[in-house]
Design a protein around this ligand. Structure first.
Ligand code: ZN
Length: 182
């Protein structure tokens, strides 16, 4: 660990220091831990909210939503799609860790708009095994947000489905646009 390293791990090229990208992350963690003080929180999110969002690197959820450490659960995957595994996390979030509200966030320029379910066939041709999971590709981001809201609202496992809202994050402006659930 060098004292001249940039305070922000993303400020320079990932391998500018010569090590692997993961080495760089581990060094950043050492600097983080040096400044870290135990906030003394338990595991229940302060704002009682879970955010389901795409894994897209341009979406800084905490900054974009004014969230602080301990405020929320963040559940992310390719597309921010409500899969069975997302329902699993939301069920634990609500039933064991006290969250009540759910925010769903897709975004402009998502990679899932550029592929189709044919991706599964391509994989099968290449590796000889068809994935059990759906690609969950979509063409209309608003419609996919609506479908995600519907999947959450109709899940029998969730305790709280009255405060569920869906949005599209614009990666050019940083603004959220709410999607009408109708
Ligand atoms: Zn995306």
């Amino acid at each position: 660990m060098t004292t001249s390293a940039a305070a922000h791990p993303g400020a320079e090229g990932a391998t500018a220091g010569g090590g692997s990208v993961i080495d760089r992350l581990v060094e950043a963690n050492q600097r983080y831990a040096a400044e870290f003080t135990d906030p003394g929180m338990d595991a229940r999110p302060v704002l009682k909210v879970a955010v389901v969002a795409c894994m897209d690197a341009r979406l800084d959820l905490h900054a974009a939503l004014g969230l602080k450490l301990g405020d929320c659960h963040t559940i992310r995957n390719a597309g921010g799609v409500v899969t069975d595994d997302v329902i699993r996390s939301l069920t634990i979030s609500q039933r064991k860790l006290g969250t009540r509200s759910i925010v769903l966030i897709h975004h402009t320029g998502c990679g899932l708009e550029a592929i189709t379910e044919d991706f599964r066939t391509e994989l099968e041709m290449e590796v000889g095994q068809r994935p059990s999971w759906a690609v969950e590709a979509f063409k209309d981001v608003d419609q996919d947000v609506r479908q995600s809201m519907q999947r959450v609202r109709t899940s029998p496992f969730l305790l709280h489905t009255d405060d569920v809202r869906g949005f599209v994050f614009d990666v050019k402006t940083g603004l959220l646009r709410e999607v009408d659930p109708a």
